[in-house]
Design a protein around this ligand. Structure first.
Ligand SMILES: [Fe+2]
Length: 280
Protein backbone atom coordinates (compact mmCIF):
# COMPACT_ATOMS: atom_id res chain seq x y z
CA UNK A 1 0.00 0.00 0.00
CA UNK A 2 1.26 3.49 -0.82
CA UNK A 3 1.96 6.24 1.69
CA UNK A 4 -1.03 8.08 0.21
CA UNK A 5 -3.18 5.01 0.89
CA UNK A 6 -1.96 4.85 4.48
CA UNK A 7 -2.68 8.49 5.12
CA UNK A 8 -6.17 8.10 3.64
CA UNK A 9 -6.84 5.07 5.83
CA UNK A 10 -5.66 6.90 8.92
CA UNK A 11 -7.80 9.91 8.06
CA UNK A 12 -10.80 7.66 7.49
CA UNK A 13 -10.28 5.78 10.76
CA UNK A 14 -10.12 9.04 12.66
CA UNK A 15 -13.45 10.09 11.13
CA UNK A 16 -15.27 7.02 12.48
CA UNK A 17 -17.36 7.61 15.60
CA UNK A 18 -16.77 4.33 17.37
CA UNK A 19 -13.02 3.88 17.24
CA UNK A 20 -12.12 4.60 20.81
CA UNK A 21 -9.77 3.67 23.60
CA UNK A 22 -11.18 0.61 25.37
CA UNK A 23 -11.07 0.22 29.14
CA UNK A 24 -10.17 -3.02 30.92
CA UNK A 25 -13.80 -4.09 31.33
CA UNK A 26 -14.45 -3.60 27.60
CA UNK A 27 -11.35 -5.59 26.76
CA UNK A 28 -12.50 -8.55 28.87
CA UNK A 29 -15.99 -8.50 27.27
CA UNK A 30 -14.46 -8.33 23.82
CA UNK A 31 -12.10 -11.19 24.58
CA UNK A 32 -15.12 -13.33 25.48
CA UNK A 33 -17.00 -12.18 22.38
CA UNK A 34 -14.07 -12.92 20.08
CA UNK A 35 -13.63 -16.37 21.65
CA UNK A 36 -17.34 -17.10 20.97
CA UNK A 37 -16.99 -15.87 17.39
CA UNK A 38 -13.90 -18.06 16.87
CA UNK A 39 -15.89 -21.06 18.14
CA UNK A 40 -18.83 -20.22 15.85
CA UNK A 41 -16.43 -19.91 12.94
CA UNK A 42 -14.96 -23.30 13.74
CA UNK A 43 -18.38 -24.97 13.98
CA UNK A 44 -19.94 -23.22 10.97
CA UNK A 45 -17.15 -22.19 8.60
CA UNK A 46 -19.51 -21.49 5.69
CA UNK A 47 -21.29 -18.87 7.79
CA UNK A 48 -18.32 -16.54 7.33
CA UNK A 49 -18.29 -15.40 10.94
CA UNK A 50 -14.61 -14.53 10.49
CA UNK A 51 -15.66 -11.64 8.24
CA UNK A 52 -17.82 -10.28 11.03
CA UNK A 53 -15.01 -10.71 13.55
CA UNK A 54 -12.51 -8.91 11.33
CA UNK A 55 -14.96 -6.11 10.57
CA UNK A 56 -15.75 -5.63 14.24
CA UNK A 57 -12.05 -5.44 15.05
CA UNK A 58 -11.58 -2.80 12.34
CA UNK A 59 -14.65 -0.94 13.59
CA UNK A 60 -13.13 -0.82 17.07
CA UNK A 61 -9.75 0.29 15.76
CA UNK A 62 -8.02 -2.96 16.79
CA UNK A 63 -6.72 -3.84 13.32
CA UNK A 64 -5.98 -2.08 10.05
CA UNK A 65 -7.53 -2.71 6.67
CA UNK A 66 -4.95 -4.15 4.28
CA UNK A 67 -6.91 -3.45 1.07
CA UNK A 68 -8.38 -0.03 1.71
CA UNK A 69 -10.23 1.66 -1.16
CA UNK A 70 -10.02 5.41 -0.66
CA UNK A 71 -13.33 5.90 -2.51
CA UNK A 72 -15.27 3.74 -0.07
CA UNK A 73 -15.69 5.43 3.29
CA UNK A 74 -18.90 4.42 5.09
CA UNK A 75 -19.63 6.71 8.01
CA UNK A 76 -20.23 3.90 10.50
CA UNK A 77 -19.29 0.37 9.55
CA UNK A 78 -16.95 -0.89 6.83
CA UNK A 79 -17.69 -4.60 6.49
CA UNK A 80 -14.63 -6.51 5.28
CA UNK A 81 -14.40 -9.48 2.94
CA UNK A 82 -17.49 -8.92 0.78
CA UNK A 83 -17.55 -7.73 -2.82
CA UNK A 84 -17.33 -3.97 -2.93
CA UNK A 85 -17.97 -1.92 -6.04
CA UNK A 86 -19.96 1.25 -6.74
CA UNK A 87 -22.60 -0.22 -9.08
CA UNK A 88 -24.31 -3.63 -9.21
CA UNK A 89 -26.18 -5.23 -12.07
CA UNK A 90 -29.29 -7.29 -11.42
CA UNK A 91 -27.57 -10.25 -13.09
CA UNK A 92 -24.78 -10.18 -10.45
CA UNK A 93 -26.87 -12.17 -7.93
CA UNK A 94 -30.08 -14.22 -8.07
CA UNK A 95 -31.47 -12.07 -5.24
CA UNK A 96 -30.99 -8.83 -7.19
CA UNK A 97 -32.55 -10.40 -10.30
CA UNK A 98 -35.61 -11.46 -8.29
CA UNK A 99 -35.92 -8.04 -6.65
CA UNK A 100 -35.54 -6.24 -9.96
CA UNK A 101 -38.01 -8.50 -11.77
CA UNK A 102 -40.59 -8.04 -8.98
CA UNK A 103 -40.28 -4.25 -8.98
CA UNK A 104 -40.20 -3.90 -12.76
CA UNK A 105 -43.32 -6.05 -13.02
CA UNK A 106 -45.09 -3.93 -10.40
CA UNK A 107 -43.71 -0.57 -11.54
CA UNK A 108 -46.82 0.55 -13.41
CA UNK A 109 -49.02 -0.16 -10.36
CA UNK A 110 -46.61 1.61 -8.03
CA UNK A 111 -46.33 4.65 -10.30
CA UNK A 112 -50.13 4.79 -10.78
CA UNK A 113 -50.66 4.62 -7.05
CA UNK A 114 -48.12 7.36 -6.41
CA UNK A 115 -49.47 9.66 -9.13
CA UNK A 116 -53.14 9.23 -8.23
CA UNK A 117 -52.70 9.56 -4.49
CA UNK A 118 -53.14 13.24 -3.70
CA UNK A 119 -52.75 12.55 0.03
CA UNK A 120 -49.08 11.75 -0.43
CA UNK A 121 -48.25 15.47 -0.57
CA UNK A 122 -49.32 15.85 3.06
CA UNK A 123 -47.30 12.88 4.22
CA UNK A 124 -43.94 13.82 2.77
CA UNK A 125 -41.29 14.63 5.34
CA UNK A 126 -37.95 16.24 4.72
CA UNK A 127 -35.21 13.72 4.02
CA UNK A 128 -32.72 16.43 5.00
CA UNK A 129 -33.64 16.03 8.68
CA UNK A 130 -32.39 12.45 8.82
CA UNK A 131 -29.14 13.37 7.11
CA UNK A 132 -26.24 15.48 8.27
CA UNK A 133 -24.53 15.57 4.91
CA UNK A 134 -26.79 18.06 3.18
CA UNK A 135 -26.64 21.17 5.36
CA UNK A 136 -27.26 23.59 2.49
CA UNK A 137 -30.49 22.01 1.27
CA UNK A 138 -33.82 23.60 2.08
CA UNK A 139 -36.28 21.44 4.01
CA UNK A 140 -38.56 20.67 1.09
CA UNK A 141 -35.80 20.15 -1.49
CA UNK A 142 -35.65 16.44 -0.77
CA UNK A 143 -38.73 14.70 0.60
CA UNK A 144 -39.62 11.15 1.54
CA UNK A 145 -42.69 9.10 2.28
CA UNK A 146 -41.78 6.15 4.50
CA UNK A 147 -43.47 2.94 3.44
CA UNK A 148 -41.48 0.47 5.58
CA UNK A 149 -39.14 0.96 8.54
CA UNK A 150 -37.95 -0.90 11.64
CA UNK A 151 -38.97 -4.20 10.10
CA UNK A 152 -42.57 -3.39 9.15
CA UNK A 153 -44.81 -1.34 6.92
CA UNK A 154 -45.93 1.99 8.32
CA UNK A 155 -49.60 2.58 9.10
CA UNK A 156 -49.74 5.44 6.58
CA UNK A 157 -47.99 3.29 3.99
CA UNK A 158 -50.54 0.51 4.37
CA UNK A 159 -53.51 2.83 4.13
CA UNK A 160 -52.27 5.06 1.29
CA UNK A 161 -50.31 2.59 -0.85
CA UNK A 162 -51.91 -0.88 -0.52
CA UNK A 163 -50.89 -2.04 -4.02
CA UNK A 164 -47.29 -0.94 -3.49
CA UNK A 165 -47.24 -2.63 -0.07
CA UNK A 166 -48.45 -5.86 -1.68
CA UNK A 167 -45.60 -5.76 -4.20
CA UNK A 168 -42.90 -4.77 -1.70
CA UNK A 169 -44.09 -7.40 0.80
CA UNK A 170 -42.69 -10.04 -1.59
CA UNK A 171 -39.25 -8.52 -0.96
CA UNK A 172 -39.37 -8.07 2.83
CA UNK A 173 -36.77 -10.77 3.51
CA UNK A 174 -34.22 -8.85 1.43
CA UNK A 175 -34.74 -5.50 3.16
CA UNK A 176 -32.35 -4.71 5.99
CA UNK A 177 -34.32 -4.46 9.29
CA UNK A 178 -32.83 -1.11 10.26
CA UNK A 179 -33.16 0.20 6.71
CA UNK A 180 -36.16 1.68 4.94
CA UNK A 181 -38.40 1.52 1.91
CA UNK A 182 -39.34 5.07 0.91
CA UNK A 183 -40.63 7.14 -1.95
CA UNK A 184 -37.98 9.80 -2.55
CA UNK A 185 -38.86 13.10 -4.16
CA UNK A 186 -36.10 15.38 -5.44
CA UNK A 187 -37.33 18.86 -6.30
CA UNK A 188 -36.46 20.57 -9.61
CA UNK A 189 -33.05 22.25 -9.59
CA UNK A 190 -31.81 20.41 -6.48
CA UNK A 191 -28.44 18.68 -6.28
CA UNK A 192 -27.44 16.39 -3.42
CA UNK A 193 -23.74 17.03 -2.75
CA UNK A 194 -21.14 14.21 -2.78
CA UNK A 195 -21.28 12.11 0.38
CA UNK A 196 -20.92 8.59 1.82
CA UNK A 197 -23.66 6.83 3.77
CA UNK A 198 -23.49 4.58 6.80
CA UNK A 199 -22.27 1.13 5.76
CA UNK A 200 -21.58 -1.34 2.97
CA UNK A 201 -23.64 -4.12 4.55
CA UNK A 202 -26.58 -2.83 2.53
CA UNK A 203 -27.04 -1.99 -1.14
CA UNK A 204 -29.44 0.66 -2.36
CA UNK A 205 -32.09 -0.26 -4.91
CA UNK A 206 -33.96 2.54 -6.66
CA UNK A 207 -36.93 2.00 -8.94
CA UNK A 208 -37.46 4.94 -11.31
CA UNK A 209 -41.07 6.19 -11.13
CA UNK A 210 -41.13 9.77 -12.45
CA UNK A 211 -37.89 10.64 -14.17
CA UNK A 212 -37.67 13.93 -16.05
CA UNK A 213 -34.73 14.65 -18.34
CA UNK A 214 -31.40 15.81 -16.90
CA UNK A 215 -31.61 13.78 -13.70
CA UNK A 216 -28.69 11.55 -12.79
CA UNK A 217 -26.67 9.96 -10.01
CA UNK A 218 -22.92 9.48 -9.77
CA UNK A 219 -21.50 6.64 -7.65
CA UNK A 220 -17.72 6.35 -7.63
CA UNK A 221 -16.51 7.36 -11.07
CA UNK A 222 -19.63 6.38 -13.01
CA UNK A 223 -22.76 8.41 -13.62
CA UNK A 224 -26.06 6.75 -14.53
CA UNK A 225 -29.61 7.97 -15.11
CA UNK A 226 -32.81 6.39 -13.88
CA UNK A 227 -35.30 4.96 -16.33
CA UNK A 228 -39.00 4.89 -15.47
CA UNK A 229 -40.00 1.36 -14.53
CA UNK A 230 -36.39 0.14 -14.22
CA UNK A 231 -34.09 -0.46 -11.24
CA UNK A 232 -30.60 0.69 -10.27
CA UNK A 233 -28.45 -0.96 -7.58
CA UNK A 234 -25.49 0.75 -5.92
CA UNK A 235 -23.32 0.73 -2.81
CA UNK A 236 -23.88 3.97 -0.92
CA UNK A 237 -20.67 3.62 1.05
CA UNK A 238 -18.89 4.85 -2.10
CA UNK A 239 -18.98 8.58 -2.71
CA UNK A 240 -22.21 9.48 -4.49
CA UNK A 241 -24.20 12.52 -5.53
CA UNK A 242 -27.45 13.08 -7.42
CA UNK A 243 -29.09 15.95 -9.22
CA UNK A 244 -32.32 17.04 -10.85
CA UNK A 245 -31.64 19.74 -13.45
CA UNK A 246 -35.16 19.61 -14.85
CA UNK A 247 -38.29 21.65 -14.14
CA UNK A 248 -40.20 18.70 -12.63
CA UNK A 249 -40.00 16.51 -9.53
CA UNK A 250 -38.02 13.28 -9.74
CA UNK A 251 -39.58 10.35 -7.87
CA UNK A 252 -38.01 6.96 -7.12
CA UNK A 253 -38.88 4.10 -4.77
CA UNK A 254 -35.82 3.30 -2.62
CA UNK A 255 -35.16 0.00 -0.82
CA UNK A 256 -32.26 -0.66 1.57
CA UNK A 257 -31.23 -4.25 0.87
CA UNK A 258 -28.86 -6.64 2.56
CA UNK A 259 -25.66 -7.19 0.59
CA UNK A 260 -26.42 -10.50 -1.19
CA UNK A 261 -23.19 -12.15 -0.02
CA UNK A 262 -24.05 -11.94 3.69
CA UNK A 263 -24.98 -15.25 5.31
CA UNK A 264 -27.90 -15.72 7.73
CA UNK A 265 -25.49 -15.89 10.66
CA UNK A 266 -23.78 -12.67 9.58
CA UNK A 267 -27.17 -10.96 9.22
CA UNK A 268 -28.10 -12.04 12.74
CA UNK A 269 -24.78 -10.84 14.15
CA UNK A 270 -25.10 -7.54 12.31
CA UNK A 271 -28.62 -7.08 13.62
CA UNK A 272 -27.40 -7.76 17.16
CA UNK A 273 -24.31 -5.64 16.57
CA UNK A 274 -26.42 -2.80 15.19
CA UNK A 275 -28.68 -2.86 18.23
CA UNK A 276 -25.92 -3.22 20.77
CA UNK A 277 -23.14 -1.03 19.45
CA UNK A 278 -24.29 1.20 16.65
CA UNK A 279 -27.81 2.14 17.67
CA UNK A 280 -29.28 2.08 14.17
FE1 LIG B 1 -26.79 9.02 0.07
Amino acid sequence: MTTLGNSNLQEYKESLPHQQILDESDKIKLKILFSLLALLNLLFPISNVSRFEKSLKFYLGLIDHDNFNMHQKPKRLLYLGITSKPWYECCDYHALKFISDTLVKGAKDIEDEWSSNYLKKHNLVSRCESSDVHPDLKEDDWGEFVLWKEGKFTKAGRSLFPRTVKIVSKLESFVIPFGQVVFLVLKPGVALPPHHDSSNIDLTCQLGLIIPENCAIRVGNETRSWTEGQTLFFDHSFEHEAWNKSQKERVVLLLDLYHPELTKVEKFLLWFFGKAFVGY
